[in-house]
Design a protein around this ligand. Structure first.
Ligand SMILES: Cc1cc2nc3c(=O)[nH]c(=O)nc-3n(C[C@H](O)[C@H](O)[C@H](O)COP(=O)(O)OP(=O)(O)OC[C@H]3O[C@@H](n4cnc5c(N)ncnc54)[C@H](O)[C@@H]3O)c2cc1C
Ligand SMILES: *[C@@H]1O[C@H](CO)[C@@H](O)[C@H](O)[C@H]1NC(C)=O
Ligand SMILES: *[C@@H]1O[C@H](CO)[C@@H](O)[C@H](O)[C@H]1NC(C)=O
Length: 537
């Protein structure tokens, strides 16, 4: 009997030391979270790191959709690995609402995203307010990330990918196949994606953290899945000499995610709480915890801890598309739905041999100068004649907001994008779409390309406003400068940082944010290791 209790107590203690009392508590096992955990666990073998991830372990089917490049459009519809947030209506897009997606599984948004590697234009990341971060100092980081994740042109590209790139060159875009060269302003390149040598999507978890859990970090990392962080725990203390009050983040409360067996419990951080819950959920978690503007917190019934403009200057870009059909050549080979869904294709891909399931959906990417970033896709599995589509993601200085509506961690936030509320944004998107129409016109006559819309490929402002959609990229909810310092510390308190897409204050110029998020996490991982050297070993 005694032995039994002893065993029980011991196992409970081990459990406590392993996860509930930890040195670094990382909230969100996504892009930035996995990078940070990997750096800290290797540098500090005797320290303990706990990752709280709301996503449950993936079903075999969801895992397949995540990793098979040809299943990108299916994974976007899988609500067990991604969250969908419906926005408020935007006047600039004719009063329509849009739906934002964000990752909800280990690996975060890199498990559902377009996988496209792009770097911001020179001189732009300097504006983010991160000390010593310049285009030049970022370069070695970008090279490291590119190689570690295994970005590159797909081994099994789309059949018409080269035609797409050639049409772009004919339309006046410069070919630039160097993934680190951002000197060409109007340029196009073969798409560069995070697909590994086994033809599987490499997400942040599989690239950075998963391999370490079997060796270097087997003992000092706890990955808790199905745990939704509901509140950051703050401890206030008053200095007996000065009377000054200080606020320190000491832990995080969790509740079970829907369908999870996780028990609601509190986790304590001896060193720091690192919030990496992503573009939408980091600002949401801060607000749920009482960090935000008085007006937002009062309206939601949350007691304020710190007055900061969390979620008050979010930056989202809209996208627009030019779809065209082709009838002069056979449908893209990888669009054969019978083959894609065949057991043979699945076996071949699962054996690491590629095949039709390894063909991605994107053909090319490029920059339309300082107007936008663009992506060229041969659309899979559309009803009717085969279709290809070019999409523009415009640069923007427009801000919106993300605000909690109540104190329930599962309530969707109020998301106001303000898409196309400025004429500059409309013009940027319009010019880029005009460029895309030109690319479509440059396809060889043998394709018999036809604009599906707009008629004759003539892009009007009305067209731009009617097609604009959520453009996948969202930053600024916990921006450096307004909410966090250049060291990513939440202003006015200690023990708390936000390091992810939400800390980027402005939209990466003519680029998607993924490479920039990886960059900031790598950089801050190194700086945290430097800072805690000697304190932890
Ligand atoms: C559909 C789509 C396509 C995209 N395509 C591209 C592209 O091709 N190229 C590009 O450059 N960028 C692209 N992006 C953007 C890019 O993927 C993101 O900017 C980036 O991955 C965000 O990283 P993050 O670390 O900020 O957040 P995420 O990677 O989203 O990680 C956040 C993590 O926190 C977890 N989490 C959230 N809330 C909680 C909570 N309360 N408790 C516990 N865990 C929580 C989430 O489940 C998730 O795992 C795309 C994004 C999407 C959604
Ligand atoms: C920035 O660079 C200067 C000069 O090399 C150095 O003293 C300083 O510590 C650096 N700051 C950070 C945050 O790395
Ligand atoms: C798909 O591939 C199968 C097997 O190669 C072939 O028999 C079929 O005709 C193809 N379908 C289409 C629509 O091309």
């Amino acid at each position: 009997m005694q032995a039994f209790y002893l065993a029980l107590i011991t196992s409970a203690l081990i459990h406590l030391t392993c996860a509930q009392f930890t040195d670094f508590l990382i909230v969100g096992g996504g892009t930035a979270g996995c990078v940070l955990a990997s750096k800290l666990c290797v540098a500090f073998p005797n320290a303990h790191i706990t990752i709280l991830e709301r996503g449950l372990p993936r079903s075999p089917q969801s895992d397949f959709l995540v990793h098979a490049p040809r299943k990108l459009f299916d994974v976007l519809g899988d609500r067990s690995v991604g969250e969908a947030i419906t926005s408020l209506p935007d006047a600039g897009i004719n009063g329509r609402t849009t739906v934002a997606l964000t990752g909800a599984t280990l690996g975060g948004s890199t498990t559902i995203n377009g996988m496209q590697w792009t770097l911001p234009l020179p001189g732009t990341i300097e504006q983010w307010g991160v000390p010593n971060l310049t285009t030049a100092s970022a370069d070695p980081y970008f090279r490291r990330i590119y190689n570690k994740v295994g970005f590159g042109p797909p081994q099994n590209p789309l059949q018409y990918a080269d035609d797409y790139v050639s049409a772009g060159v004919q339309a006046g875009f410069e070919l630039n196949n160097n993934p680190f060269d951002t000197s060409t302003l109007r340029s196009i390149w073969q798409t560069r994606l995070s697909i590994d040598s086994n033809f599987r999507r490499n997400d942040a978890y599989s690239a950075y953290l998963r391999p370490l859990l079997d060796n270097s970090c087997a003992k000092n990392v706890a990955v808790v899945q199905g745990a939704t962080a509901s509140k950051i725990v703050f401890t206030q203390s008053t200095d007996s000499n000065t009377g000054a009050t200080t606020v320190r983040a000491t832990g995080v409360d969790t509740v079970p995610s829907p369908g999870s067996t996780h028990k609601a419990q509190r986790y304590w951080a001896r060193r720091e709480v690192l919030v990496t819950a992503g573009p939408y959920n980091s600002p949401k978690l801060l607000q749920l915890s009482g960090v935000g503007t008085r007006a937002v917190l009062d309206a939601a019934g949350v007691a304020q801890v710190l007055e900061l403009p969390v979620g008050e200057a979010t930056v989202g870009r809209a996208s627009g598309t030019i779809p065209s059909t082709y009838s002069g050549v056979p449908d893209e080979a990888a669009n054969n739905i019978t083959l894609v869904n065949s057991p043979e294709a699945r076996q071949q891909w699962e054996a690491g041999l590629g095949g039709i399931l390894s063909t991605p959906v994107s053909a090319a990417n490029g920059r339309a100068g300082t107007d936008a970033y663009f992506g060229c896709t041969i659309v899979p599995f559309v009803p009717g004649p085969p279709e290809l589509r070019s999409a523009c993601y415009h640069n923007t200085e427009t801000t919106g907001y993300l605000r909690i509506r109540d104190s329930n961690p599962f309530s969707a936030p109020l998301l106001k994008n303000n898409f196309l509320s400025s004429q500059a944004d409309v013009n940027r998107l319009k010019r880029c779409l005009e460029n895309m129409a030109d690319v479509h016109r440059q396809f060889p006559a043998s394709f018999k390309m036809r604009f599906k819309y707009p008629p004759n490929g003539v892009v009007t402002e009305g067209y731009v406003r009617s097609v604009a959609q959520w453009g996948a990229h969202f930053v600024g909810g916990c921006a450096i400068g307004d909410v966090v310092t250049g060291e990513f510390k939440v202003k006015g308190c200690s023990g708390l940082r936000v390091i992810d897409a939400s800390s980027i204050p402005t939209m990466p110029v003519s680029a998607g944010p993924m490479a920039s998020v990886y960059l900031l996490a790598e950089l801050m991982g190194d700086r945290l290791v430097e800072e805690y050297k000697g304190v932890l070993e």
